[in-house]
Design a protein around this ligand. Structure first.
Ligand code: SF4
Ligand code: SF4
Length: 111
């Protein structure tokens, strides 16, 4: 898989501190370039944990699925809501499937 940034969507979040994608990557793989937009230090070291994808407040980061999973270019984009994340599978510029994941916060409420 692979992480991609949509530079035009990035709002350079958290201007008083480290941006969320850079702050939460466990491998310290993301940095902001001279335009304050995210870049990967080394794609080969990314293990697709998707922490950066979920941390971005404006869905400016997505995961590209490999050809072994999808025969044509497909991406997974999270849309965060208060108690859940809706993952959308986009293929050929169309949303093909949606997966709803209840967040831990909501699971705790039902205990
Ligand atoms: S997917 Fe995980 S390891 Fe890869 S850049 Fe994002 S946070 Fe870092
Ligand atoms: S988390 Fe999103 S908005 Fe913030 S710097 Fe990274 S890509 Fe831009």
């Amino acid at each position: 898989m692979g992480i991609q940034f949509e530079r035009e969507k990035c709002i350079q979040c958290n201007p008083t501190g480290e941006s969320f994608c850079s702050k939460y990557c466990p491998g310290d793989l993301i940095y902001l370039d001279s335009e304050e937009k995210p870049q990967m230090r080394d794609n080969s070291k990314c293990w697709d944990c998707m922490v950066c994808v979920k941390a971005c407040p404006v869905e400016a980061i997505y995961t590209v699925l490999p050809y072994s999973i999808s025969s044509s270019k497909a991406k997974l984009i999270p849309f965060k809501q208060e108690n859940k994340i809706i993952w959308k599978l986009e293929k050929e510029n169309e949303i093909k499937e949606e997966f709803e994941i209840i967040t831990a916060k909501d699971e705790q409420k039902s205990d």
